[in-house]
Design a protein. Sequence first.
Length: 229
Amino acid sequence: MEFTHKPVLLQECIELLKINPNGIYVDGTLGGAGHSKEILNHLTNGMLIGIDRDEDALKAARNNLKDFSNVKYVHGNHDDIKEILKELKINSVDGILLDLGVSSYQLDERNRGFSYLGNSALDMRMDQTQELNAEIVVNTYTEEKLSSILFEYGEERFAKNIARNICKYRINKKIETTDELVNIIQNSIPISKQKDGHPAKRTFQAIRIEVNNEIRPLYDCIKFNRMSK
């Protein structure tokens, strides 16, 4: 499947970056390089550093940006920007862009386990080289920790019910597929309350955020961005 990327709020991002043609910019979530391509179109002697933890995204970005020579590609995470720039011997940058969340490609690639539609192995890793995945979260986290994650990251009203039923289910069988998890979720939420979209969407979002550690590192990234200015 082709890794495509329709950049969100493209012109607004470019305007807010106030691009210096000779500046250094970081796209911490490179994806299909939709934002990066527009940034590069505004650079003359400047440079773009594209970071992504998904190797499929990096491959697609290299292809989409093949006409540009002023790009450095990094397989990594945006929370490691400080270390990445240190390795590149760059002390400061002119701007950082983060387009957070899961991509349409990752959702459509059913074997990645991001989607509650269809059936696949529980994975949800953006970086396929990391150890922690959704199966580990669902099968090893305590009921209290699962409930906390579902409520904090998914704003799931029925977090306690879902966490309790996950733990009951896994006593007899390991939860291995997205279908199994969806069924548990559906049985944990009253039918009358399943009218606001798919009942599994909040739980899947919460587990994805936990697997990929999407929230906590943002503080360090934002802190570094302020120091760079």
